[in-house]
Ligand binder design. Structure first.
Ligand SMILES: Cc1ncc(COP(=O)(O)O)c(C=O)c1O
Length: 421
């Protein structure tokens, strides 16, 4: 693939930081190397000596003085080598990407660590999206994506979707506005980027089937699109077998995947990772060099220790499944009887997307009336491309509240819906 054609002028202009490169050389060097190069502070002056973290299973993670000095020091922009090696092995094990053994120019699978998947997404968008570009996505979608994309001045084109995510026939229809023969012509307006959340979509809870992914991938080949697979709920899929990912189908090197440990390890530690063709991951790393420099070294040195032996904890999945079931049964009890709301049971993630039938726009219902009754939900409009369009949906998260609280919240919501009919 010709990756240069996907880059924005800003991204193409990024150059490696000589100082950052020296930091990486120094970190790979034997102790015999004398470096007068780095502008790194001397960690002997830092006030911390060592630290221990007690894990819930009783294990202790202890950083001695040497490890602590490392954890508190600058590190490579792509991520510390142990974490990267560990993540690459994980990614190959989970997805077996066809690109794993390609040459770099052909789009060999590469990875970098990011400060949550949000940083990865934001930098990927900045790398690929110019003002005026046509970008494809299935709205309603994650508001953080809209927040990152909309200021870039692109034209967001909605691809139809349902409870199984993006509809390939709908994508085909949208793409039929263009001729695949025009894709590589100068000043072509054919979209170059497609974004989707394949599992437990935020806010819809939708999960894509294998066949849909295959069909969307085929269309992406036809129109030479890059697909951004934003999959933070991958590890929160309730039923086996898990559908294969876009990354696992990527024979061309056209998938950029963002993963997150926010939902299974900690959202506050801020760890995510970008996986994709090396020429594009390199560009993301150049952006990291110039912005955050790297994700917290302290967080990174913790990560492989905390995630050993296996990341997708069955207990976490079971917790969310039970929560989902509790929310579904409260919804059945409180909202269904009214014949005013409908929803689909999500197969992954932490959200129930509820259509309030008698209400054209939920903004006032949620932001004024529900708040007065002390129940917080998100009005659906915030997930739409045009947030001021009327939207009859609300998003309810089943991640934090107890089944009793969920039940009470839906009782209050149902009373409000009845009042407004
Ligand atoms: C679809 C989606 N993508 C990305 C993110 C960002 O997650 P994080 O930056 O914590 O990895 C979220 C967070 O809720 C999300 O729902």
């Amino acid at each position: 693939m010709n990756y240069a054609r996907f880059l924005t002028a800003v991204s193409a202009a990024r150059k490696p930081s000589p100082i950052r490169m020296l930091t990486e050389i120094q970190q790979r060097s034997p102790p015999s190397m004398i470096s007068l190069a780095a502008g790194a502070p001397n960690p002997n002056t830092f006030p911390f000596h060592s630290c221990s973290i007690q894990v819930k299973n009783g294990d202790m993670i202890t950083f001695d003085e040497t490890m602590m000095k490392r954890a508190l020091q600058y590190s490579a922009s792509s991520g510390i080598p142990e974490l990267l090696t560990w993540m690459k092995a994980l990614q190959k094990n989970l997805h077996n990407p066809p690109t794993a053994n390609y040459s770099a120019e052909k789009g060999k699978m590469d990875m970098c660590v990011t400060t949550g998947s949000q940083e990865g997404l934001c930098k990927v968008f900045e790398m690929l999206v110019n003002p005026g570009d046509n970008v494809l996505l299935d709205a309603p979608t994650y508001s953080g994506t809209l927040a990152a994309l909309q200021p870039l001045g692109c034209n967001l084109i909605n691809v139809p979707s349902d409870q199984h995510g993006m509809i390939p026939g709908g994508l085909k229809e949208v793409l039929s506005r263009w001729d695949p023969a025009d894709v590589h012509k100068p000043h072509s307006t054919v979209p170059r980027v497609l974004y989707t959340i394949p599992n437990g979509g935020n806010p819809t809870g939708a999960s894509m089937t294998t066949q849909r992914k295959r069909d969307v991938y085929e269309l992406a080949r036809q129109y030479d699109l890059l697909i951004i697979e934003d999959d933070p709920y991958y590890f929160l899929q309730f039923d086996k077998p898990w559908a294969p990912t876009f990354l696992s189908m990527d024979v061309d090197g056209r998938i950029i995947r963002t993963d997150s440990f926010s939902k299974i390890l900690s959202s506050g530690l801020r760890i995510g990772f970008v996986t994709g063709p090396k020429p594009l991951v390199d560009r993301v790393v150049l952006h990291i060099q110039a912005s955050t420099m790297h994700t917290s070294t302290f967080t990174q040195v913790n990560e492989p220790l905390l995630l050993t032996p296996s990341p997708p904890s069955k207990l976490v999945i079971e917790f969310y499944r039970t929560q989902r079931d509790a929310m579904l049964s409260s919804a059945d009890k409180c909202l269904k009887g009214l014949y005013v709301a409908e929803w689909h049971a999500p197969a992954a993630g932490m959200f129930l997307w509820i259509k309030v039938k008698g209400v054209a726009d939920t903004q006032k219902l949620i932001m004024e009336k529900a708040m007065e009754k002390e129940v917080l939900l998100v009005p659906g409009g915030v997930f739409m491309i045009n947030s001021s369009d009327p939207c009859p949906y609300v998003r309810a998260a089943f991640s934090l509240s107890t089944p009793e609280q969920i039940d009470e919240a839906f009782k209050r919501l149902s009373a409000l819906i009845k009042e407004s009919l």
